[in-house]
Write a protein that binds this ligand. Sequence first.
Ligand SMILES: NC(=O)c1ccc[n+]([C@@H]2O[C@H](COP(=O)([O-])OP(=O)(O)OC[C@H]3O[C@@H](n4cnc5c(N)ncnc54)[C@H](OP(=O)(O)O)[C@@H]3O)[C@@H](O)[C@H]2O)c1
Length: 290
Amino acid sequence: MTLSHKNEIMVVSGTSTGMGAATARELAARGYHVLAGVRRTPDADAIRADGIEPVILDITRPDHVEALVDRVASDPGRRPLRALVNNAGISVNAPVETLPLDEWRRLFDVNLFGHVAVTQALLPFLHRSRGRVVNISSVGGHVAMAAYGPYAATKFALEAVSDSLRRELAPHGVQVVVVEPGAVKTDMADRGAASTTGAAETMNPEQQQRYGALVRAVLAHTAAHIGTGLSADEAGAVIAGAATARRPRTRYTVGRDAALLTRLTRVLPDRVLDRVLAASLRRYFPAGSA
Ligand SMILES: NC(=O)c1ccc[n+]([C@@H]2O[C@H](COP(=O)([O-])OP(=O)(O)OC[C@H]3O[C@@H](n4cnc5c(N)ncnc54)[C@H](OP(=O)(O)O)[C@@H]3O)[C@@H](O)[C@H]2O)c1
């Protein structure tokens, strides 16, 4: 059952591509006015459509977040803000030992602090509308495979922030929902592979020897896994549902892989899960290296 409110505002970050673009289109199709965050003018021109108004929003830029607040506050129709969908994200996979701290900070700036900044800025409007925050986490918010530590750390942290926020806001009528996708076919795979390859090139010779095969296995595993994933439109439909359901669940998984893995993390002892994850990666190691 979905809410009947129309003519209300939805804010979605990271709508140049992938799930963010699909979510913006789905919410507009359901009758909402979507403020669609993009970082570049050509992306704004591409996403603009009936019910979709692009806004320039790099979530790490305080001036962009301020401009978003001004836009919501000065809405000509004084429409309420129904939900904020914190979707923007970046990925890089690297062993904990090797990823330069600047890269850790870049990941956290986008995947965690950017969302906290936008949430803090828009919460006054959500209090007024008794609206909703939808945080796009990942199956990586529950399980951290080898070399997924930095990305998973941002998503585990987003899960923690979401749990806390849900408990803080429930008495005030504002809901907090987490969406946890597994593999979804978007640009993130190629972008993440490029960042991962770049990070691997900064490893010293000893680290190359220790982790080179692991990084290659993770790249191959990710590519194979994404190939089996859902489309961005399928994921966008789940996210739009999470933003509009009358009585939303606290968490939605996207895809059977996410549903299975998140359940396994709850029931399997650590050492058993270690073996399951190692086995799923083993076949992707370069021949003779595993
Ligand atoms: N695809 C998957 O398999 C998968 C699985 C689990 C979770 N997720 C999560 O799903 C969300 C959407 O990812 P996607 O797969 O749709 O990836 P995507 O196609 O790469 O989209 C990521 C979006 O985030 C935007 N973005 C990056 N940095 C930003 C910043 N500083 N400020 C504002 N926007 C920024 C990108 O904009 P630019 O074009 O300007 O860079 C892009 O619009 C992410 O949070 C991701 O972690 C994805």
